[in-house]
Design a protein around this ligand. Sequence first.
Ligand code: KG4
Ligand code: ZN
Length: 345
Amino acid sequence: MTQLKPARILAIETSCDETACAVVENGRIALSSVVASQMEIHARYGGVFPEVASRQHVLSVTPVVRQALTQARLSLNDVDAIAVTQGPGLAGSLIVGVNMAKGLALALDKPLVGVNHLEGHIYSAWVYNAGEREPSAPQFPLMTLLVSGGHTELNLMTDHLTYQRLGATLDDAAGEAFDKAARTLELPYPGGPSIQKAAEEGDENRFDFPRARVQGEWDFSFSGVKTSLLYQVNDLKKRGGGLPVADLAASFQKSIVDALFKKTLDAAREFGAKEILVAGGVSANRALRQAFQSQTEFPVRIPPFALCTDNAAMIGAAGYFRYALGHVSEMDMEVLPVWRLSRAV
Ligand code: KG4
Ligand code: ZN
């Protein structure tokens, strides 16, 4: 690849329930990364309440942008372009970040770069903190497993910004399955970390939840596991006595992790991948990380914990490659609540 021009990107992310801003240099170095989480507010509703999320973004976006600049010790004039999550996500939430980015781009007369949120998750694997030793960049072709609250997909990344969609979930996303399972087990929101915590004390072999069969070779399905957990819980409740929550959580987690791990490994073999990349909120899951890290067939990239869940450093990384490769957006760009990664360029 030819040498890309150096640039500092100010990135904004408001696709769901985190208001985030970061300054990223050359697509790799996070000079700052600020995330204002709304988790406590939404925990009251047991999930993200869209209108509340938009209103919170309006309150938080300006202070978060200011804080990201202060943390990077830069002023707005020091950045070369403004990147923002354009989709997929909640329309009302996306609009807040996109309008802020448009305002900044207009006032500063700098390019505006719309970024696909899923692409951002993938590019979180490129990012490292200022002052740390530079890790090598991922190698193409790269088998990417994206596991978040809204998406679960396998894409083969053959070059920067170029994705071949192999498969995806036919029903629930992996994170959604964790969140619903937590509700069934009466564990707090967000479900992923709660299930992981409960599972630590549990026997993962006590319950044998089904690994769903799906039509497409590279697709996933998690609704069967979710229903099977619900039946099991109802059955145990009918029989009386306390619920073995730890064993249920551990067995449920194992069935999800097994499905994700095996299919990704098979796909990496089939498509001759040089490396595997796992990203998105569920990539924070310890059992999932361990499954990938304990195999030796492929080098594996999983972002550090802080970059697994939503943040703006990942948008700044993807935004840099878009900017440097000439994919700048029009000032009248719309938000895209639904936007496939394979159509990202
Ligand atoms: O990527 P993300 O922050 O937001 C979306 O783009 O959706 O992912 C959030 C999802 C939630 O469903 C949450 O339960 C899940 O990631 N998650 C986890 C863990 N941490 C977050 N799932 C399993 N184990 C975890 N440790
Ligand atoms: Zn996300």
